[in-house]
Design a protein around this ligand. Structure first.
Ligand SMILES: [Zn+2]
Length: 71
């Protein structure tokens, strides 16, 4: 029935504690902690869902410059 089984394996969960939504992006763990997100410290990469990625973007000053370039 479901042939796209492998695709689901790529869908990771958001690493923010208590979230568990489907992750859309991954960022460096350090940056995520910096942005005030509740992720395990010491991780190299953390996965973020759409919502938390937005939050991350908002609170990360470094990324704001990049965002301006992108738009
Ligand atoms: Zn999340």
């Amino acid at each position: 029935m479901v042939e796209a089984r492998h695709a689901t394996e790529r869908n990771k969960q958001c690493d923010v504690k208590g979230c568990g939504s489907e992750a859309e992006r991954s960022v460096s763990g350090e940056a995520a902690v910096d942005a005030g997100l509740k992720v395990d410290e010491g991780k190299k990469r953390v996965h973020l869902c759409k919502e938390h990625y937005r939050e991350y973007k908002r609170s990360s000053r470094k990324d704001r410059q990049l965002q301006n370039l992108g738009r």
